[in-house]
Design a protein. Sequence first.
Length: 560
Amino acid sequence: MAEEERTGRDFIREIIDEDKRTGKHNGKVHTRFPPEPNGYLHIGHAKSICLNFGIAEEYGGKCNLRFDDTNPAAEEEEYVSSIIEDAKWLGVDWEDRLYFSSDYFDQMYGWAEQLVMQGDAYVCDMTAEQISEYRGTLTSPGKESPYRDRPIEENLDLFRRMKKGEFGDGEKVLRAKIDMAHPNMNMRDPVMYRIVHKPHHNTGDRWCIYPMYDWAHGNEDSIEGITHSLCTLEFENHRPLYDWFLLKLGVYKPRQIEFARLNMTYTVMSKRKLLELVEEKLVNGWDDPRMPSISGMRRRGYPPAAIRDFCSRIGVAKVNSTIAFELLEHCVRDELNRTASRFMGVLDPLKVTIENFPEGKTEMMDLINNPEDQEAGTRKVPFSRHLYIERKDFMEDPPKKFFRMAPGREVRLRSAYLVTCKDFVKKDGEIVEVICEVDPETRGGGAPDGRRVKGTLHWVSAEHAVDASINQYNRLFSVEDPLSEDGDWKSYIDPNSMEVLEGCKVEPAVKDLEEGTGFQFERTGYFIIDKGSRDDKLIINRTTTLRDSWAKIQKKDQGK
Protein backbone atom coordinates (compact mmCIF):
# COMPACT_ATOMS: atom_id res chain seq x y z
CA MET A 1 0.00 0.00 0.00
CA ALA A 2 1.30 3.46 -0.89
CA GLU A 3 2.40 5.80 1.90
CA GLU A 4 -0.37 8.29 1.10
CA GLU A 5 -2.95 5.50 1.40
CA ARG A 6 -1.66 4.56 4.85
CA THR A 7 -1.50 8.12 6.17
CA GLY A 8 -4.46 9.60 4.30
CA ARG A 9 -2.25 12.62 3.37
CA ASP A 10 -2.57 12.74 -0.39
CA PHE A 11 -1.17 15.62 -2.44
CA ILE A 12 -4.41 17.60 -2.24
CA ARG A 13 -4.48 17.49 1.54
CA GLU A 14 -0.81 18.44 1.61
CA ILE A 15 -1.65 21.55 -0.44
CA ILE A 16 -4.52 22.44 1.87
CA ASP A 17 -2.33 21.81 4.93
CA GLU A 18 0.18 24.31 3.57
CA ASP A 19 -2.56 26.83 2.75
CA LYS A 20 -3.85 26.52 6.30
CA ARG A 21 -0.34 26.92 7.71
CA THR A 22 0.31 30.11 5.72
CA GLY A 23 -3.14 31.55 6.39
CA LYS A 24 -4.24 31.53 2.77
CA HIS A 25 -8.00 32.12 2.37
CA ASN A 26 -7.92 33.11 6.06
CA GLY A 27 -7.64 29.44 6.90
CA LYS A 28 -10.97 28.60 5.25
CA VAL A 29 -11.70 25.51 3.17
CA HIS A 30 -14.66 25.70 0.81
CA THR A 31 -15.10 23.07 -1.91
CA ARG A 32 -17.90 22.17 -4.30
CA PHE A 33 -19.24 19.21 -6.25
CA PRO A 34 -20.32 20.55 -9.68
CA PRO A 35 -22.15 17.92 -11.77
CA GLU A 36 -23.67 18.68 -15.14
CA PRO A 37 -27.34 17.54 -15.16
CA ASN A 38 -26.98 15.72 -18.48
CA GLY A 39 -27.03 12.19 -17.09
CA TYR A 40 -27.05 10.16 -13.90
CA LEU A 41 -24.12 10.07 -11.50
CA HIS A 42 -21.74 7.11 -11.73
CA ILE A 43 -19.02 5.65 -9.51
CA GLY A 44 -16.52 8.21 -10.83
CA HIS A 45 -18.72 10.99 -9.50
CA ALA A 46 -18.87 9.16 -6.18
CA LYS A 47 -15.09 9.56 -5.93
CA SER A 48 -15.44 13.32 -6.47
CA ILE A 49 -18.32 13.56 -3.99
CA CYS A 50 -16.37 11.71 -1.31
CA LEU A 51 -13.29 13.84 -1.98
CA ASN A 52 -15.00 17.24 -1.98
CA PHE A 53 -17.39 16.66 0.88
CA GLY A 54 -14.81 14.60 2.78
CA ILE A 55 -12.18 17.35 2.67
CA ALA A 56 -14.72 19.97 3.72
CA GLU A 57 -15.73 17.85 6.71
CA GLU A 58 -12.14 17.00 7.62
CA TYR A 59 -11.07 20.66 7.69
CA GLY A 60 -14.25 22.02 9.27
CA GLY A 61 -15.19 23.75 6.04
CA LYS A 62 -18.11 23.78 3.63
CA CYS A 63 -18.98 22.04 0.38
CA ASN A 64 -21.60 23.20 -2.12
CA LEU A 65 -23.66 21.11 -4.48
CA ARG A 66 -23.81 23.10 -7.71
CA PHE A 67 -25.37 22.11 -11.01
CA ASP A 68 -23.41 23.34 -14.04
CA ASP A 69 -26.58 23.65 -16.11
CA THR A 70 -25.36 25.69 -19.07
CA ASN A 71 -26.65 23.50 -21.91
CA PRO A 72 -30.45 23.22 -22.16
CA ALA A 73 -30.13 20.88 -25.16
CA ALA A 74 -28.75 18.08 -22.99
CA GLU A 75 -30.04 18.80 -19.49
CA GLU A 76 -33.25 17.68 -17.83
CA GLU A 77 -35.01 18.05 -14.52
CA GLU A 78 -34.94 14.24 -14.24
CA TYR A 79 -31.15 14.38 -14.03
CA VAL A 80 -31.24 17.11 -11.39
CA SER A 81 -33.59 15.07 -9.20
CA SER A 82 -31.56 11.89 -9.63
CA ILE A 83 -28.28 13.62 -8.74
CA ILE A 84 -29.77 15.07 -5.56
CA GLU A 85 -31.19 11.68 -4.61
CA ASP A 86 -27.92 9.85 -5.28
CA ALA A 87 -25.79 12.37 -3.41
CA LYS A 88 -28.08 12.22 -0.37
CA TRP A 89 -28.02 8.42 -0.51
CA LEU A 90 -24.22 8.50 -0.41
CA GLY A 91 -24.56 10.34 2.88
CA VAL A 92 -23.38 13.88 2.15
CA ASP A 93 -25.07 17.09 3.31
CA TRP A 94 -24.75 20.45 1.56
CA GLU A 95 -27.15 22.05 4.07
CA ASP A 96 -28.64 25.12 2.32
CA ARG A 97 -25.91 25.39 -0.31
CA LEU A 98 -27.68 24.01 -3.38
CA TYR A 99 -26.81 26.19 -6.37
CA PHE A 100 -27.22 26.27 -10.14
CA SER A 101 -25.04 27.84 -12.78
CA SER A 102 -28.29 29.31 -14.10
CA ASP A 103 -28.58 31.23 -10.81
CA TYR A 104 -25.64 33.30 -12.07
CA PHE A 105 -26.69 33.88 -15.68
CA ASP A 106 -27.32 37.61 -15.06
CA GLN A 107 -23.97 38.07 -13.35
CA MET A 108 -22.10 36.16 -16.05
CA TYR A 109 -23.85 38.08 -18.81
CA GLY A 110 -22.83 41.34 -17.15
CA TRP A 111 -19.25 40.13 -16.93
CA ALA A 112 -19.35 39.16 -20.60
CA GLU A 113 -20.40 42.69 -21.51
CA GLN A 114 -17.49 43.92 -19.39
CA LEU A 115 -15.05 41.89 -21.49
CA VAL A 116 -16.64 43.17 -24.68
CA MET A 117 -16.27 46.78 -23.49
CA GLN A 118 -12.65 46.07 -22.51
CA GLY A 119 -11.96 44.76 -26.00
CA ASP A 120 -11.38 41.26 -24.66
CA ALA A 121 -14.37 39.63 -26.40
CA TYR A 122 -16.06 39.92 -29.78
CA VAL A 123 -19.07 38.61 -31.69
CA CYS A 124 -18.15 36.17 -34.45
CA ASP A 125 -20.34 35.13 -37.39
CA MET A 126 -18.34 32.04 -38.32
CA THR A 127 -20.00 28.64 -38.18
CA ALA A 128 -18.89 25.98 -35.73
CA GLU A 129 -17.13 24.16 -38.57
CA GLN A 130 -15.27 27.30 -39.62
CA ILE A 131 -14.22 28.07 -36.05
CA SER A 132 -12.86 24.54 -35.72
CA GLU A 133 -11.02 24.84 -39.05
CA TYR A 134 -9.49 28.21 -38.09
CA ARG A 135 -8.40 26.88 -34.71
CA GLY A 136 -5.29 25.22 -36.11
CA THR A 137 -3.57 22.14 -34.69
CA LEU A 138 -1.19 21.25 -31.88
CA THR A 139 1.71 21.90 -34.24
CA SER A 140 0.37 24.82 -36.27
CA PRO A 141 -1.18 28.14 -35.15
CA GLY A 142 -4.76 29.07 -35.81
CA LYS A 143 -6.07 31.86 -38.00
CA GLU A 144 -7.84 34.93 -36.72
CA SER A 145 -11.54 35.31 -37.41
CA PRO A 146 -12.40 37.98 -40.02
CA TYR A 147 -14.76 39.41 -37.36
CA ARG A 148 -12.08 39.65 -34.65
CA ASP A 149 -11.49 43.38 -35.06
CA ARG A 150 -15.07 44.55 -35.01
CA PRO A 151 -15.44 47.83 -33.11
CA ILE A 152 -16.37 47.50 -29.45
CA GLU A 153 -19.66 49.37 -29.99
CA GLU A 154 -20.69 46.99 -32.78
CA ASN A 155 -19.78 43.94 -30.69
CA LEU A 156 -21.78 45.24 -27.75
CA ASP A 157 -24.80 45.95 -29.95
CA LEU A 158 -24.65 42.52 -31.60
CA PHE A 159 -24.23 40.74 -28.25
CA ARG A 160 -27.25 42.51 -26.81
CA ARG A 161 -29.26 41.62 -29.91
CA MET A 162 -28.16 38.00 -29.49
CA LYS A 163 -29.60 38.15 -25.97
CA LYS A 164 -32.86 39.60 -27.30
CA GLY A 165 -33.29 36.65 -29.68
CA GLU A 166 -32.80 38.47 -32.98
CA PHE A 167 -30.58 35.72 -34.44
CA GLY A 168 -31.00 32.02 -35.06
CA ASP A 169 -29.16 29.11 -33.52
CA GLY A 170 -25.52 29.04 -34.57
CA GLU A 171 -25.78 32.35 -36.43
CA LYS A 172 -23.41 34.16 -34.07
CA VAL A 173 -21.27 33.43 -31.01
CA LEU A 174 -19.37 35.51 -28.49
CA ARG A 175 -15.66 34.67 -28.36
CA ALA A 176 -12.85 35.71 -26.05
CA LYS A 177 -10.03 37.61 -27.78
CA ILE A 178 -6.86 35.93 -26.56
CA ASP A 179 -4.28 34.48 -28.95
CA MET A 180 -4.88 32.30 -32.02
CA ALA A 181 -1.23 31.17 -31.92
CA HIS A 182 -1.25 30.16 -28.27
CA PRO A 183 0.31 26.71 -27.67
CA ASN A 184 -2.69 25.84 -25.49
CA MET A 185 -5.56 25.20 -27.90
CA ASN A 186 -8.09 26.26 -25.26
CA MET A 187 -6.70 29.80 -25.39
CA ARG A 188 -7.34 30.27 -29.11
CA ASP A 189 -10.29 32.64 -28.90
CA PRO A 190 -12.68 30.20 -27.21
CA VAL A 191 -16.44 30.57 -27.55
CA MET A 192 -18.08 32.11 -24.47
CA TYR A 193 -21.76 32.23 -25.54
CA ARG A 194 -23.81 30.42 -28.16
CA ILE A 195 -27.40 30.89 -29.30
CA VAL A 196 -29.79 28.09 -28.30
CA HIS A 197 -33.52 28.71 -28.71
CA LYS A 198 -34.56 26.00 -26.28
CA PRO A 199 -36.26 26.24 -22.88
CA HIS A 200 -34.03 25.74 -19.85
CA HIS A 201 -35.13 23.45 -17.02
CA ASN A 202 -34.53 26.21 -14.46
CA THR A 203 -34.98 29.52 -16.31
CA GLY A 204 -37.64 28.58 -18.85
CA ASP A 205 -37.67 30.79 -21.95
CA ARG A 206 -35.92 33.74 -20.34
CA TRP A 207 -32.64 33.15 -22.15
CA CYS A 208 -31.75 32.20 -25.71
CA ILE A 209 -28.00 32.60 -25.28
CA TYR A 210 -26.16 30.29 -22.92
CA PRO A 211 -22.64 30.41 -21.48
CA MET A 212 -20.14 27.78 -22.50
CA TYR A 213 -18.85 25.54 -19.74
CA ASP A 214 -15.35 27.04 -19.81
CA TRP A 215 -16.72 30.55 -19.37
CA ALA A 216 -19.09 29.57 -16.60
CA HIS A 217 -17.01 27.16 -14.53
CA GLY A 218 -14.37 29.47 -13.09
CA ASN A 219 -16.88 32.29 -12.71
CA GLU A 220 -19.16 30.11 -10.59
CA ASP A 221 -16.27 29.13 -8.31
CA SER A 222 -15.39 32.80 -7.94
CA ILE A 223 -18.97 33.86 -7.13
CA GLU A 224 -19.31 31.15 -4.49
CA GLY A 225 -15.96 31.91 -2.87
CA ILE A 226 -14.59 28.43 -3.45
CA THR A 227 -11.09 28.12 -1.97
CA HIS A 228 -10.03 24.82 -3.51
CA SER A 229 -11.61 23.90 -6.85
CA LEU A 230 -10.95 20.18 -7.26
CA CYS A 231 -11.21 18.95 -10.87
CA THR A 232 -10.21 15.85 -12.78
CA LEU A 233 -7.10 15.89 -14.96
CA GLU A 234 -8.86 16.66 -18.24
CA PHE A 235 -9.44 20.19 -16.92
CA GLU A 236 -5.74 20.88 -16.33
CA ASN A 237 -5.32 22.46 -19.76
CA HIS A 238 -8.45 24.54 -19.17
CA ARG A 239 -7.10 26.11 -15.97
CA PRO A 240 -5.12 28.87 -17.79
CA LEU A 241 -8.34 29.91 -19.54
CA TYR A 242 -10.29 30.05 -16.26
CA ASP A 243 -7.50 32.14 -14.76
CA TRP A 244 -7.41 34.46 -17.80
CA PHE A 245 -11.13 35.16 -17.52
CA LEU A 246 -10.94 35.91 -13.80
CA LEU A 247 -7.84 38.08 -14.21
CA LYS A 248 -9.50 40.13 -16.96
CA LEU A 249 -12.62 40.54 -14.81
CA GLY A 250 -10.54 41.52 -11.78
CA VAL A 251 -12.45 39.22 -9.45
CA TYR A 252 -11.56 36.62 -6.82
CA LYS A 253 -9.66 33.61 -8.19
CA PRO A 254 -9.96 30.20 -6.47
CA ARG A 255 -7.14 27.67 -6.62
CA GLN A 256 -7.85 24.81 -9.00
CA ILE A 257 -6.23 21.42 -8.28
CA GLU A 258 -6.50 18.51 -10.69
CA PHE A 259 -6.60 14.84 -9.73
CA ALA A 260 -6.89 11.59 -11.67
CA ARG A 261 -10.39 10.50 -12.60
CA LEU A 262 -11.63 7.03 -11.77
CA ASN A 263 -11.35 4.36 -14.45
CA MET A 264 -12.54 0.85 -13.65
CA THR A 265 -12.26 -2.48 -15.45
CA TYR A 266 -15.21 -4.10 -17.23
CA THR A 267 -17.15 -0.89 -17.67
CA VAL A 268 -17.22 2.53 -19.36
CA MET A 269 -17.30 5.79 -17.43
CA SER A 270 -18.33 8.28 -20.09
CA LYS A 271 -21.81 9.73 -19.53
CA ARG A 272 -22.20 10.03 -23.28
CA LYS A 273 -21.54 6.32 -23.73
CA LEU A 274 -23.72 5.38 -20.79
CA LEU A 275 -26.49 7.45 -22.37
CA GLU A 276 -26.02 5.46 -25.59
CA LEU A 277 -26.56 2.23 -23.65
CA VAL A 278 -29.77 3.63 -22.19
CA GLU A 279 -31.16 5.19 -25.38
CA GLU A 280 -30.39 2.11 -27.49
CA LYS A 281 -32.02 -0.06 -24.81
CA LEU A 282 -28.91 -2.17 -24.39
CA VAL A 283 -29.58 -1.86 -20.66
CA ASN A 284 -32.82 -1.38 -18.74
CA GLY A 285 -32.42 2.30 -17.94
CA TRP A 286 -29.94 4.32 -15.90
CA ASP A 287 -30.67 2.26 -12.79
CA ASP A 288 -29.96 -1.07 -14.47
CA PRO A 289 -27.93 -2.95 -11.82
CA ARG A 290 -25.21 -3.68 -14.39
CA MET A 291 -24.55 0.03 -14.92
CA PRO A 292 -21.78 1.87 -13.01
CA SER A 293 -24.37 4.53 -12.14
CA ILE A 294 -25.01 5.23 -8.46
CA SER A 295 -28.70 4.46 -8.96
CA GLY A 296 -27.78 1.16 -10.64
CA MET A 297 -25.47 0.22 -7.80
CA ARG A 298 -28.13 1.14 -5.25
CA ARG A 299 -30.64 -1.07 -7.06
CA ARG A 300 -28.08 -3.86 -7.19
CA GLY A 301 -27.64 -3.65 -3.44
CA TYR A 302 -24.30 -1.90 -3.03
CA PRO A 303 -24.41 -0.13 0.37
CA PRO A 304 -23.38 3.55 0.40
CA ALA A 305 -20.81 2.75 3.11
CA ALA A 306 -19.13 0.26 0.75
CA ILE A 307 -18.90 2.84 -2.03
CA ARG A 308 -17.42 5.38 0.38
CA ASP A 309 -14.94 2.74 1.56
CA PHE A 310 -13.99 1.98 -2.04
CA CYS A 311 -13.39 5.67 -2.77
CA SER A 312 -11.25 5.93 0.34
CA ARG A 313 -9.18 2.87 -0.57
CA ILE A 314 -8.36 3.97 -4.12
CA GLY A 315 -7.10 7.31 -2.82
CA VAL A 316 -6.28 10.43 -4.82
CA ALA A 317 -3.47 10.54 -7.37
CA LYS A 318 -2.10 12.79 -10.11
CA VAL A 319 -1.77 10.02 -12.71
CA ASN A 320 -4.67 8.22 -14.38
CA SER A 321 -4.94 4.51 -13.67
CA THR A 322 -7.52 1.76 -13.87
CA ILE A 323 -8.98 0.19 -10.72
CA ALA A 324 -10.04 -3.45 -10.67
CA PHE A 325 -13.80 -3.96 -10.48
CA GLU A 326 -13.03 -6.74 -7.99
CA LEU A 327 -11.91 -4.18 -5.41
CA LEU A 328 -15.35 -2.55 -5.47
CA GLU A 329 -16.98 -5.95 -5.02
CA HIS A 330 -14.59 -6.68 -2.15
CA CYS A 331 -15.68 -3.50 -0.38
CA VAL A 332 -19.33 -4.45 -0.92
CA ARG A 333 -18.79 -7.93 0.54
CA ASP A 334 -16.79 -6.55 3.44
CA GLU A 335 -19.63 -4.21 4.40
CA LEU A 336 -22.46 -6.68 3.83
CA ASN A 337 -20.67 -9.45 5.72
CA ARG A 338 -20.85 -7.25 8.81
CA THR A 339 -24.32 -5.82 8.33
CA ALA A 340 -26.51 -8.09 6.19
CA SER A 341 -28.98 -10.49 7.80
CA ARG A 342 -28.84 -14.11 6.70
CA PHE A 343 -31.69 -16.03 5.13
CA MET A 344 -32.06 -19.26 3.18
CA GLY A 345 -33.04 -19.37 -0.44
CA VAL A 346 -32.89 -22.18 -2.99
CA LEU A 347 -32.25 -20.96 -6.53
CA ASP A 348 -32.51 -24.31 -8.34
CA PRO A 349 -34.89 -26.40 -6.20
CA LEU A 350 -34.73 -30.16 -5.77
CA LYS A 351 -37.43 -31.74 -3.63
CA VAL A 352 -36.41 -33.66 -0.51
CA THR A 353 -38.81 -35.85 1.48
CA ILE A 354 -37.95 -36.80 5.06
CA GLU A 355 -39.78 -40.13 5.24
CA ASN A 356 -39.58 -40.50 9.04
CA PHE A 357 -40.82 -36.94 9.72
CA PRO A 358 -44.63 -36.80 10.19
CA GLU A 359 -46.78 -35.41 7.39
CA GLY A 360 -48.31 -32.06 8.36
CA LYS A 361 -45.92 -31.48 11.27
CA THR A 362 -43.96 -28.20 11.44
CA GLU A 363 -41.05 -27.46 13.73
CA MET A 364 -39.61 -23.97 14.12
CA MET A 365 -35.84 -23.93 14.01
CA ASP A 366 -33.67 -21.17 15.48
CA LEU A 367 -31.21 -19.67 13.01
CA ILE A 368 -28.66 -16.95 13.65
CA ASN A 369 -29.38 -13.73 11.75
CA ASN A 370 -25.76 -12.65 11.41
CA PRO A 371 -22.79 -14.53 12.91
CA GLU A 372 -20.74 -11.30 12.61
CA ASP A 373 -23.23 -9.38 14.76
CA GLN A 374 -24.38 -11.13 17.90
CA GLU A 375 -26.86 -8.33 18.62
CA ALA A 376 -28.75 -9.25 15.43
CA GLY A 377 -30.28 -12.19 17.33
CA THR A 378 -32.04 -15.20 15.83
CA ARG A 379 -35.13 -15.96 13.79
CA LYS A 380 -37.60 -18.87 13.53
CA VAL A 381 -37.59 -20.89 10.31
CA PRO A 382 -40.21 -23.62 9.62
CA PHE A 383 -39.06 -27.20 9.03
CA SER A 384 -41.36 -29.88 7.61
CA ARG A 385 -41.45 -33.29 5.93
CA HIS A 386 -40.99 -31.83 2.45
CA LEU A 387 -38.05 -29.52 1.75
CA TYR A 388 -36.10 -28.00 -1.09
CA ILE A 389 -32.33 -28.05 -1.45
CA GLU A 390 -30.11 -26.84 -4.27
CA ARG A 391 -30.00 -29.30 -7.17
CA LYS A 392 -26.21 -29.03 -7.26
CA ASP A 393 -26.08 -30.20 -3.61
CA PHE A 394 -27.05 -33.75 -4.62
CA MET A 395 -25.16 -36.18 -6.83
CA GLU A 396 -26.11 -39.73 -7.68
CA ASP A 397 -22.49 -40.77 -8.20
CA PRO A 398 -20.30 -38.14 -6.53
CA PRO A 399 -16.54 -37.69 -6.96
CA LYS A 400 -14.24 -38.29 -4.02
CA LYS A 401 -14.20 -34.74 -2.64
CA PHE A 402 -17.92 -34.06 -2.98
CA PHE A 403 -19.12 -33.60 0.61
CA ARG A 404 -22.75 -32.77 -0.01
CA MET A 405 -25.76 -35.09 -0.32
CA ALA A 406 -25.40 -38.48 -2.03
CA PRO A 407 -26.90 -41.96 -1.63
CA GLY A 408 -26.08 -43.38 1.80
CA ARG A 409 -24.34 -40.20 2.96
CA GLU A 410 -25.22 -38.19 6.06
CA VAL A 411 -25.24 -34.40 5.84
CA ARG A 412 -26.34 -31.55 8.04
CA LEU A 413 -29.31 -29.36 7.19
CA ARG A 414 -28.36 -25.95 8.53
CA SER A 415 -29.46 -25.56 12.19
CA ALA A 416 -32.03 -28.36 11.75
CA TYR A 417 -31.06 -32.06 11.65
CA LEU A 418 -28.57 -34.54 10.35
CA VAL A 419 -30.19 -36.49 7.53
CA THR A 420 -29.15 -39.49 5.46
CA CYS A 421 -30.09 -40.06 1.84
CA LYS A 422 -31.87 -43.41 1.46
CA ASP A 423 -33.10 -43.22 -2.10
CA PHE A 424 -34.01 -40.90 -4.95
CA VAL A 425 -36.61 -40.70 -7.70
CA LYS A 426 -35.88 -40.18 -11.38
CA LYS A 427 -38.21 -39.07 -14.12
CA ASP A 428 -37.15 -39.02 -17.76
CA GLY A 429 -33.57 -39.47 -16.62
CA GLU A 430 -33.65 -36.49 -14.23
CA ILE A 431 -33.60 -36.71 -10.45
CA VAL A 432 -36.82 -35.12 -9.20
CA GLU A 433 -36.89 -36.15 -5.54
CA VAL A 434 -34.50 -37.32 -2.84
CA ILE A 435 -35.72 -39.58 -0.01
CA CYS A 436 -34.02 -39.11 3.35
CA GLU A 437 -34.25 -40.08 7.01
CA VAL A 438 -33.67 -37.64 9.84
CA ASP A 439 -31.81 -38.51 13.03
CA PRO A 440 -34.27 -37.19 15.63
CA GLU A 441 -31.48 -36.90 18.21
CA THR A 442 -29.69 -34.23 16.20
CA ARG A 443 -32.16 -31.35 16.36
CA GLY A 444 -30.27 -28.11 15.88
CA GLY A 445 -27.76 -29.78 13.58
CA GLY A 446 -25.41 -31.32 16.13
CA ALA A 447 -24.71 -35.00 16.90
CA PRO A 448 -24.86 -36.01 20.59
CA ASP A 449 -22.23 -38.68 20.04
CA GLY A 450 -19.88 -36.15 18.50
CA ARG A 451 -19.66 -37.78 15.07
CA ARG A 452 -18.31 -35.54 12.36
CA VAL A 453 -20.37 -34.55 9.33
CA LYS A 454 -18.58 -32.57 6.65
CA GLY A 455 -21.47 -31.38 4.51
CA THR A 456 -23.86 -28.60 5.60
CA LEU A 457 -26.70 -27.62 3.26
CA HIS A 458 -29.19 -24.80 3.26
CA TRP A 459 -32.84 -25.69 2.74
CA VAL A 460 -36.38 -24.33 2.62
CA SER A 461 -39.61 -25.96 3.81
CA ALA A 462 -41.68 -26.74 0.71
CA GLU A 463 -44.95 -26.10 2.52
CA HIS A 464 -43.85 -22.64 3.66
CA ALA A 465 -41.59 -21.60 0.78
CA VAL A 466 -42.22 -18.36 -1.09
CA ASP A 467 -41.74 -18.29 -4.86
CA ALA A 468 -39.25 -15.71 -6.09
CA SER A 469 -37.78 -14.46 -9.34
CA ILE A 470 -34.07 -13.77 -8.99
CA ASN A 471 -32.04 -11.57 -11.32
CA GLN A 472 -28.41 -12.66 -11.38
CA TYR A 473 -26.12 -9.87 -12.54
CA ASN A 474 -22.53 -10.11 -13.71
CA ARG A 475 -20.19 -7.61 -15.33
CA LEU A 476 -21.77 -5.74 -18.22
CA PHE A 477 -18.75 -6.21 -20.49
CA SER A 478 -16.83 -9.38 -21.24
CA VAL A 479 -13.45 -7.62 -21.57
CA GLU A 480 -11.55 -5.45 -19.09
CA ASP A 481 -11.39 -2.39 -21.34
CA PRO A 482 -14.02 -2.42 -24.08
CA LEU A 483 -12.82 0.94 -25.42
CA SER A 484 -9.30 -0.34 -26.11
CA GLU A 485 -10.43 -3.36 -28.11
CA ASP A 486 -10.89 -3.47 -31.87
CA GLY A 487 -14.40 -2.94 -33.21
CA ASP A 488 -17.50 -1.39 -31.68
CA TRP A 489 -17.17 -1.16 -27.89
CA LYS A 490 -20.84 -2.12 -27.52
CA SER A 491 -20.15 -5.46 -29.18
CA TYR A 492 -18.33 -6.51 -26.01
CA ILE A 493 -21.48 -6.40 -23.89
CA ASP A 494 -21.73 -9.81 -22.25
CA PRO A 495 -25.01 -11.44 -23.35
CA ASN A 496 -24.94 -13.41 -20.08
CA SER A 497 -24.53 -10.33 -17.87
CA MET A 498 -28.12 -10.79 -16.68
CA GLU A 499 -29.82 -14.11 -16.03
CA VAL A 500 -33.37 -14.40 -14.68
CA LEU A 501 -34.09 -17.41 -12.48
CA GLU A 502 -37.76 -18.24 -12.07
CA GLY A 503 -39.28 -20.67 -9.56
CA CYS A 504 -36.74 -20.01 -6.81
CA LYS A 505 -37.84 -20.96 -3.29
CA VAL A 506 -37.05 -18.74 -0.30
CA GLU A 507 -37.89 -18.86 3.37
CA PRO A 508 -41.10 -16.98 4.26
CA ALA A 509 -39.42 -14.18 6.22
CA VAL A 510 -37.90 -12.82 3.00
CA LYS A 511 -41.30 -11.76 1.74
CA ASP A 512 -41.66 -9.38 4.68
CA LEU A 513 -38.49 -7.47 3.83
CA GLU A 514 -38.94 -3.95 2.53
CA GLU A 515 -37.93 -2.88 -0.95
CA GLY A 516 -34.23 -2.07 -1.05
CA THR A 517 -33.32 -4.32 1.87
CA GLY A 518 -30.05 -6.18 1.37
CA PHE A 519 -29.32 -9.60 2.84
CA GLN A 520 -27.35 -12.79 2.35
CA PHE A 521 -28.70 -16.10 1.13
CA GLU A 522 -26.48 -18.52 3.01
CA ARG A 523 -23.89 -20.30 0.89
CA THR A 524 -25.06 -18.40 -2.21
CA GLY A 525 -24.39 -14.67 -2.16
CA TYR A 526 -25.73 -11.23 -1.29
CA PHE A 527 -29.10 -10.06 -2.58
CA ILE A 528 -31.59 -7.20 -2.38
CA ILE A 529 -35.36 -6.85 -2.76
CA ASP A 530 -35.90 -5.12 -6.11
CA LYS A 531 -38.00 -1.99 -6.46
CA GLY A 532 -40.19 -3.87 -8.97
CA SER A 533 -41.14 -6.46 -6.35
CA ARG A 534 -44.80 -6.62 -5.37
CA ASP A 535 -47.15 -8.72 -3.24
CA ASP A 536 -47.90 -11.23 -6.00
CA LYS A 537 -44.34 -11.44 -7.32
CA LEU A 538 -41.21 -11.36 -5.19
CA ILE A 539 -38.31 -10.03 -7.28
CA ILE A 540 -34.79 -10.24 -5.92
CA ASN A 541 -31.53 -8.95 -7.38
CA ARG A 542 -28.20 -10.60 -6.74
CA THR A 543 -25.72 -8.04 -5.45
CA THR A 544 -22.62 -10.21 -5.62
CA THR A 545 -21.44 -13.72 -4.93
CA LEU A 546 -19.68 -14.84 -1.77
CA ARG A 547 -16.48 -15.54 -3.68
CA ASP A 548 -13.96 -12.74 -3.17
CA SER A 549 -12.00 -12.38 -6.40
CA TRP A 550 -10.06 -9.38 -5.05
CA ALA A 551 -8.60 -11.45 -2.22
CA LYS A 552 -7.33 -13.95 -4.80
CA ILE A 553 -5.84 -11.17 -6.92
CA GLN A 554 -4.01 -9.73 -3.90
CA LYS A 555 -2.72 -13.15 -2.89
CA LYS A 556 -1.48 -13.77 -6.43
CA ASP A 557 0.26 -10.38 -6.56
CA GLN A 558 1.93 -10.98 -3.20
CA GLY A 559 3.26 -14.29 -4.48
CA LYS A 560 5.07 -12.73 -7.40
